[in-house]
Design a protein around this ligand. Structure first.
Ligand code: ZN
Length: 309
């Protein structure tokens, strides 16, 4: 299938075709004795992901594990549908996200407030998963991939309080979710993802430092794809966070309202990102996943509740 790409080590990148776009949201399948899907994509992507798994020889009884880095709808919106397709799969998520997968009503209500009419088009509706099938992760945890291979989870808040990174013991791949930002392979751009309500600079930087300390061989971004230059990329992630926070803090000190703060930060960061000077389609993709309004709102929210930040 043209949306499935082998990455070596029995790992396959799946373009989930989020909202019909290509190249913005990836899921990954780790094949082997106990096939494991990392990230489901959105609810509307679930049939696309199922077709990809079928093409890789994973039948309805074969999928052992579904794990999500966090419960934002572009990563976990399809969990309920995928759990339905694959009745023997265990659903693995950080403990702060588990109850929302079992009962998505609050999560969907707050997503509706953020996205409004765009919610259905972008994400669809997260269906509930039987709580008995959900395994909640603490600060660390482990997923059995078969044959002695494991995927170890590492709590990595900052972007979201229910975020984990996942390290493959065989390949050294680290699934970074959104904790290291959004990477655009077409341009090599890397932009922070700092949405409300959980973003916290110090915590986010600690998670990036933890990722560095794990010594991964390769980073697998949910947005989007593999990156081999690990230390450089993680340093860049941290730097971009600092730049956005500094600029937002400045806009706040000048007393700008949200719209003007967004305009200022967007303007002052534009030169950092090739994508925003490229064609409109690339810029739109980038803006959709780590839009300046969401990033600035998240940073302002953190500054407002952190008096000495
Ligand atoms: Zn995301």
């Amino acid at each position: 299938m043209d949306n499935v790409r082998p990455l070596g080590g029995d790992v396959y990148e799946i373009d989930t075709r989020m909202a019909g776009y290509s190249g913005i949201t990836a899921g990954y399948l780790i094949l082997g004795d106990r096939p494991c899907l990392v990230e489901t994509g959105t609810s509307t992507s679930a049939p696309v992901v199922r077709d990809a798994l079928t093409s890789l020889g994973v039948g309805t009884g074969d999928l052992a594990t579904v794990v999500v880095t966090h419960i934002h709808l572009d990563h976990a919106g399809g969990v309920g549908d995928i759990a339905g397709y694959y009745p023997s799969a265990e659903i693995v998520v950080h403990e702060k996200g588990a109850r929302h997968l079992a009962d998505p009503s609050r999560l969907m209500a707050s997503a509706k407030m953020v996205w409004g009419d765009k919610l259905d088009v972008l994400f669809g509706t997260l269906a509930p998963t039987d709580a008995a099938r959900i395994r909640a992760l603490g600060d660390t945890g482990s997923i059995d991939l078969g044959n002695g291979r494991t995927l170890s989870s590492h709590y990595s808040p900052g972007h979201a309080k229910h975020h984990v990174g996942l390290l493959d013991s065989l390949t050294g791949d680290l699934y970074v979710g959104d904790a290291a930002g959004v990477y655009l392979p077409e341009t090599g751009d890397l932009r922070p993802a700092t949405p409300p309500p959980d973003f916290d600079l110090g915590v986010a930087l600690d998670s990036i430092a933890l990722f560095e300390a794990l010594g991964p061989q390769r980073l697998l971004f949910s947005h989007y794809g593999p990156v081999e230059a690990v230390p450089e990329t993680l340093e860049r992630s941290a730097e971009e966070l600092r730049v956005w926070v500094d600029l937002t803090r400045q806009a706040r000190a000048e007393g700008l309202d949200l719209n003007h703060a967004v305009a200022m930060v967007r303007d002052r960061t534009r030169e950092r990102y090739t994508a925003l000077r490229a064609d409109d389609a690339t810029a739109e993709q980038f803006e959709l996943l780590s839009g300046a309004p969401s990033n600035v709102a998240g940073i302002l929210h953190w500054l407002d509740r952190t008096p000495d930040a």
